[in-house]
Design a protein around this ligand. Structure first.
Ligand code: PLP
Length: 380
């Protein structure tokens, strides 16, 4: 099988599993316990927190471990908005993950927030002028994803953060897809909050991180025993945190080399698909895109039918985000980029991982052409 769905999930790395193992077995204590087993777990958690903070250029006290990207996004949007609801106004993009979109909608429905969506162009880039016009000194929070999970477009985040800072509006970014590929240095990016998830970078599912700048009031979403400095109650997932910290640190060591190598393969895949299937259209930005993302629309087909055909040929990919897969709804991301619903339903996303090889790309290019012709001939 050729796995080209790394944006959906990645396998746990061996080094990560080995780092986690002691905290699932011998050192299984609860970090809140005062005996030695508890202390060892608390020490491991502190070390994991410090490692994540090092990669982000943040303070350890600014790192909150969560149950994943979805919870980190919820805590960022709801937690910051409800922590200081000044102005009750949110600015988001229409191409955010559901974790941000639905959190903003919850604040609108239950807490009287006004939600404005900033315009994006046909490649998915945020319109900086419109962003500037929407922000006011009364805006509670802006949330702009670093890189899109469907079309891979990467935003000029530092520029957008500068615009938000000028009017003192806190900026959160969903960096779930950027993690492992782009620098998450929060000082360079100029963001106030950033979320990401373990399972996209070789750690297990069910663990994530929210970085929230120290001075930001953060209302908890999960209440209970006051773990994570009161920001996120619940007995900590020690092994998960150790795994995520290990995966992030390892990814950071090879990040630029992995990104350059993967970009070459991605560009070969894009060029091969576009020449093998002249009708195909690349979605997202031609250059400002994630190193591993090659996403297309295939007019006259159905994305779901192409997926089935590709899987028959041994290639596993996705029709968009994992959450939207299986549903007949056209992608909200492609609709926001101006695609007609019928064209949006022909989307297929290939996402490469650090272990994707050149022969796999060559085989995929051939398989895409065959799948396209098979599905198109049935549609006629
Ligand atoms: N945000 C983005 C951009 C994502 O791609 C995903 C997952 O696909 C999430 C958030 C949710 O992360 P998790 O699966 O850890 O809940």
């Amino acid at each position: 099988m050729i796995y080209l769905d790394s944006a959906a999930s990645t396998p746990v790395r061996r080094e990560v599993l080995e780092a986690m193992w002691p905290y699932l077995t011998g050192d299984f204590g609860n970090p809140s316990s005062t005996h030695s087993l508890g202390e060892r777990a608390a020490d491991a958690l502190a070390e994991a927190r410090a490692s994540v903070a090092r990669v982000l250029g943040a303070r350890a006290s600014e790192i909150v471990f969560t149950s994943g990207g979805t919870e980190a996004d919820n805590l960022a949007v709801k937690g910051i908005a409800l922590g200081a609801p000044r102005g009750r106004h949110l600015v988001i993009t229409p191409i955010e993950h559901e974790a941000v979109l639905e959190s903003a909608d919850y604040l609108r429905r239950h807490h009287g927030f006004r939600v404005d969506e900033v315009r994006v162009d046909s490649t998915g880039l945020v319109d900086a002028e419109h962003f500037t016009a929407l922000l006011t000194p009364q805006t509670t929070l802006a949330s702009v994803m670093f890189a899109n999970n469907e079309v891979g477009t990467v935003q000029p985040l530092a520029e957008l953060a500068g615009i938000a800072r000028a009017v003192r509006v806190p900026l959160h970014t969903d960096a779930v897809q950027a993690a492992g590929w782009l620098s998450l240095d929060v000082a360079e990016l100029g963001v106030d909050a950033l979320s990401f998830s373990g399972h996209k970078l070789g750690a297990p599912k069910g663990v994530g991180v929210l970085f929230a700048r120290g001075r930001l009031p953060l209302e908890p979403v999960v209440h209970g025993g006051g773990q994570e400095r009161g920001h996120r109650s619940g007995t900590e997932n020690v092994a998960g945190a150790v795994g995520l910290a290990t995966a992030l640190t390892l990814a950071e060591q090879t990040r630029t080399a992995d990104a350059s190598r993967t970009e070459l393969l991605r560009d070969a895949l894009i060029a091969g698909v576009l020449s093998g299937v002249p009708d195909a259209r690349l979605t997202g930005h031609p250059t400002a895109r994630l190193p591993g993302n090659a996403s297309f629309c295939f007019p006259g087909t159905s994305g779901e039918a192409l997926l089935l055909e590709l899987e028959r040929g041994g290639i596993v990919c996705s029709s968009g985000s994992a959450c939207a897969a299986g549903s007949d709804e056209p992608s909200h991301v492609l609709l926001a980029l101006g695609y007609e619903p019928t064209l949006a339903q022909t989307a297929v996303r290939f996402t490469l991982g650090a272990s994707t090889t050149a022969p796999e790309i060559v085989e995929t290019i051939g398989a895409v052409g065959r799948a396209f012709r098979a599905v198109r001939s049935l549609a006629r």
